[in-house]
Design a protein around this ligand. Sequence first.
Ligand code: AMP
Length: 289
Amino acid sequence: MIEINRISELKDYLKSEKKKGKTVGFVPTMGFLHEGHLKLVEKAKEGTDITVMSIFVNPLQFGEGEDFEDYPRDHDRDKRLAEAHGVDVLFYPHISEMYPGPMSATLTVHEGTEVLCGASRPGHFDGVATVVMKLFQAVNPDYAYFGMKDAQQVAVIKRMVSDYHMDVRVVPVDIVREEDGLAKSSRNVNLTESEREEAPQIYKTLKEAVTKALSGEFQFSHELESWTRSKLEKRISGKIDYVSVYRFPELTTLSRLEGDVILAVAVFYSGARLIDNQTWRQGEMEGEN
Ligand code: AMP
């Protein structure tokens, strides 16, 4: 594995590899790697010749009072893990490399951001889209791998790629979980012991909700939302940010529960805000007979 810190060096290296006919798979991350990130690497390695991982904690996507400063970072550990899992190029830019001065033009995301994390974190997806666009320019990947844990991010990036006629294929990857069901996240280390203990209830509740939905217990999405919210309120002490059901990936409202659905949850704990979701296809006939 080689580590590159400069955009010009990264571009030169990948250009010469592409000239040899190699395909490039890209895994953008903010580091403090866990098996969720490494699953994206595995998929990139299966699908492409060269796997590029970026590690960059992007200040643009953090709002005021959010955890930019407290976001966990560990360069040496990340480097070891990336290398051990077969990353070919680790792009690890300094903030001054990514943002040498104020940006003269940034992206604003208009669609799919009035809901879920877009509603709770104003400007978050503008920061995400802007940095992903910058990284795509630097890497020029054939495929880019994103985790479904951040399902709204997948939807936003897919739309952006289509809007800008970009040649990259966005590949969504399933959520990787701890043994007790909690979705893996770099932020899990910022939970207190008791928060960590109860946090698997989020997934447990989501799973039960989907099972009920598939067995036809809810006709309308608001029924699914209310059931999930009231169960969660009983099971966890964290403050619920949202429990929402939308059409996925459009992220438009859904009255009758049918078609491609996302049930998504965000919960505030003392040191971390956790998100999780389930996506599934709700057939019209399910639950009947
Ligand atoms: P982050 O470092 O949190 O910005 O995440 C980098 C990428 O890893 C994003 O595409 C995330 O969706 C993905 N990711 C994070 N956690 C998981 C997980 N538990 N399972 C699958 N993908 C994940």
